[in-house]
Design a protein around this ligand. Sequence first.
Ligand SMILES: [Fe+2]
Length: 745
Amino acid sequence: MMRMKTNFVLECPEQEVAIEVRDNEPSAEAVQEEILDTALQQVVETAEKEMVERVQAEEKEARGTKRKMEDLEEGEMEYKVTVATGTLEYSGTNNYVYVTLVGENGESERTLLDKPGLDLCRGAVDDYIVRSSAPLGRVILVRLEKQKYFLEDNWFCNYVKVTPPGGGNPQTFPCYCWLVGDIKIEVRDSTAKRLSDEILPQELAHRKAQLKERQKTYRWQVWAPGIPKCIDAKSEADLPQDARFANEKRCDFERSLQFALLELSLKKLVIWFGRSWEDLDDFKQIFWKLRSPIAEYVMEHWKEDWFFGHLFLNGSNPRMIHRCSQLPSNFPVSGDMVQAFLSPNTTLNKELKAGNIYLVDYAVVDGIPENVIRGKKQYIAAPLCLLYEHPDNGLIPIAIQLEQNPSKDTPIFLPNDPPLAWLLAKMWVRHAEFQVFQVLSHLLRTHLIAEVFCVATLRHLPSVHPINKLLTPHLKYTLEINCRARTQLISQDGIFKRVVSTGGEGLLVLSQKGCKVLNYRSLQPRHDFIDRGVTKLNKYFYREHTLMLWDTIEKFVSSIVTLYYTSDIEVVQDSELQAWIKDVVEEGFVNVPQFGLPNELKNKQELITVLSVVIFTTTAQHAATNNGQFDFCSWVPNTPCTMRQPPPTDKDSVTMELIMNTLPDISQSCVQMAITWHLGRVQPDAIPLAQYEEQYFTEPAAQKIIDDFRQDLKDIEEEILQQNKGLEPPYLYLCPSRIENSITI
Ligand SMILES: [Fe+2]
């Protein structure tokens, strides 16, 4: 007879209990009872053991407290140790935490951090006494050890402060990291130090060990060929706890897209795949709740030519426009065609020479593979749009061609064409704008660039390095949001694939094309505006605010760099810094051949520029690009995410029916609105630019520089608010209070 075999497995806190049962042995009920008894016994034993340890620890602590009341033994020293626990959810712990002070002349007693009542709980700042049998000299390291008590309970330590016997100046040890599991870490004092500043072997050893560990943890990965490298993580779940969102942010992020679909009452509409709206006004059906004042303004004015021009200056993608001094050969606009739109007594040639003609050219989207959504091919066009800065009417479009190669099927659309034909031509421009804006301006030029610097900083600059202290707050949460983008937004089954014309292969090809022309110089605003010939464009608020912010950021960075590097040679000889830039260039941007950032830093100014680029990109540039998404894209006809019909080849064939069949269907419109709300809304936990919550720098000189930076930003805020008084529509994306300190969304 075959012997039947059943395995019961019951999870206990400590271990699994597995019992094999055979058919000629006791009944299943009896076995289950035995399993439960065994498990229960183990739980009780574990609890008892923990209790004994706890009581022993408490007794030890009580003894310590008693000793405190007595006279110190000869030569014995008492240090006051202040421990600050993080303020975010789950920061506190009920696990055992021990502290040991490591000084120049020896180590203190290993001391359990425990005192009557609750301590080490969320937001707590607790004081303890730590004894040493002899003076420690300067405290070099604080060693923190966490051990499990009954259940694992992670702890987020903000900092430890050590006050020497007799109440001298306290030393601060910034930690700002999670202690996960049974773990021992050592934290350096807050004084920023370059490698060459280190004297003691313990300090050098700590520095090297930290980098070795970090290089094991944070590794490069090629997510796709031809684009910047990224963190080696299949999803955000692979990231170390220190790189993860805080619990509050994670919950908010995960709920908000669902919230958008529910609250906007889109849920019942989002299932209408392939069904067109009947009229432009029908888009209002998904536009009745959670509006923003600018989104409403867009809905009112999106058809107007001046507003179409305005979006190239102060919309979400304000870097596409170039001065045009000579018409491109593939855009045969004649003077006669546009004469009616110029001011009297001038010609196209005169205006080209005078610098009043501008071009927006979407050549980069030409030939991008088109997405197929639910079996339906989507369409992409690569338009050229000529604009004129009219002395009275501002920047207005005067000619649009929807493809790069002129032919009889690519008419040049003009403002005096049949209104629906001109409107649809403008929509095709705005559709190309959606693709370039999301994939190149937003994802590539802010998120992916920031990630390269983030990975290299973690790998090559120890926490005590001044440039690590400078950059870390501007790189917070970027790894997780980028991982989420790769798994949820631009993956093979992500949101782009489901609703956007460049979804799937298209966005990868577009990114690769974008990378071929991506260059470091264009990330420096002053060069960028000069190179695009747009220094004189009027009402280009993005440019005006950007330059104010760039100058302020550069001044701040320059002051910090000068505080820690007195000469160019110190930059050249900082081997950690040189390894950092080498990693950025030779690993991070290895697939961006034209990037143009040298792989070594030859002087202070080169360091100042690259750090300013990092901080400007992760703060102001991301805000200018990201934060207007809902404003400009929620009214779907203004910036459609996909087009379901090919571009018109004949001006007279354009009807409202063709427009509605071309624009996103009901389902796609709902997702576009929900996702732009999800990504573009103000983040509830946003930390504004320069409001450093974590105090990495403690030197008075560095703090003064940070205070000055904040004051400069306050002045900019006032100037922008002043400028915006009575401005319709306002441009507030670069108000410092609205700029996040890092890319977190
Ligand atoms: Fe973003």
